[in-house]
Design a protein around this ligand. Sequence first.
Ligand code: NAI
Length: 315
Amino acid sequence: MSCQKIGIVGSGLIGRAWAMLFAAAGYRVQLYDILETQVDGALLEIQKELHSLKAKGALRGQLSPEAQFELISGCTDLKQLVENALHIQECIPELLQLKRDLYAQLDEVLESQTVVASSTSTFMPSLYTEGLKQRSQMLVAHPLNPPYFIPLVELVPAPWTNKETVESTRQLMLALGQRPVVLNREVQGFATNRIQYAILNEVWRLVGGGIISVEDVDRVLSDGLGLRYALLGSLETAHLNAPGGVADYFQRFGGEIAAVSASYGPTPDMRNEGETLAEIASQCEELVPLEALQQRRATRDEFLTRLSTLKRQLP
Ligand code: NAI
């Protein structure tokens, strides 16, 4: 059990989740925000959440909710936050200029042992670390929401990120019980969103083309492919689905895959396809009315908790 210090910059949804993950693994966490009231609110929220997770049997780590909460404190000064920190997890809003300003500030106060990882879902690390003195200590560690229940973290280096920075962040994520994946170089959308958007594009075309309903196309994932994908990725799935493994699979089915793929049609610009957007929104809202979204999110989190508990029992 470690007692090294972690700094979290930005105490919104994702910052709070990281604080809980680090505390569950025994790290000392300081939470910083540009708005002091946000930190106070975040601490109250975290305290409540830790007790509620305990009551549901979903609390991570060996420590009691009280002991985990004791490891987390607020901080109102960026310089103080980085002092003696092993790792800084940046969780400020997804606005490039905001990130650039913050990283320039961090660059002035960062110590040589400290890694800075961004939670950004979209910005490649070179976009806001180029030109900084300490840029070799900076990378992306992108979680999926809710990080407490979804273990994947994408580690994305900039061209100048040290190999040691990537490796020590990977080890840190493993120590939290997360499942890091490493991209060898940065690419727009990282891996998760590139795959997620490929799915969204095709779902959009299928519903927009009147081929299938929202309910049924989502069922293709939730009652079909997703069940497999909760256990195996698409390549291992292919490997298991042909007598001679993956090479045999692509020899057999590669022609069909290419033919279907050639029929996909152009990439939709979802902002400018009003008719399809209205249709998808209307069907989604019929399934889950806007006033029921909060309840549905809670159900999702409960199921994810149970699924991740089950997954942890598998080898
Ligand atoms: P949020 O809006 O809930 O929280 C952002 C916090 O940062 C706020 O408390 C705000 O006061 C604070 N802040 C703003 N400027 C600051 C500054 N200069 N210094 C310190 N604090 C500052 O945002 P959220 O959803 O937590 O997102 C944070 C990051 O995590 C974003 O980069 C986002 O792309 C990424 N992310 C978000 C996911 C989500 O589902 N919300 C999932 C995965 C990643």
